[in-house]
Design a protein around this ligand. Sequence first.
Ligand SMILES: [Mg+2]
Length: 126
Amino acid sequence: MLDKNSILICDDEPDIVSLVKKFLQLDNFNILTCSNGKEALKILEEKYDEILLILLDIMMPALSGFEVLRTIRSKDSYNNVKVILFTVKSFKEDIEKGTELGADGYVTKPFSGNELRSYVKDVLNN
Ligand SMILES: [Mg+2]
C-alpha cells in the first residue's frame, strides 16, 4: 500500500505554487503541482490513493476550481480527498458556492505561510 502523504497544489500562478510548495514541504508532505484543472483531474485519477488534500485555485482559465471540485465530488473514490479552495478575496459567494460543492476549507490570497501550514493541518485532522 502506498503512503498517503501527498498534497496537490493547483494554481495558474507559478509564484503561488512554488510558495505554497515551499511552506508545505516544511511539514514533510510530498508535494505534487499543476497549473490547470485538467491536469489536476489527471493527476488525481492516477494518484488519488496517495493524495490527502488538494489546494485548488478557483480563478483559472478553461476549467475553474469550482468545476474541478464538482467533478471531484461526483466520484466516490475521491471521497477521502480534502479540498481547500484558494480565493482571491473572501468573496461571500465563492465561499457559499464552494461549500455547496463540497469544499473542506478556504484560503484567502494573500496568505501567511505559517497560517497556511496550520490551516492545512486543521483541515486534515477534521
Ligand atoms: Mg488563478
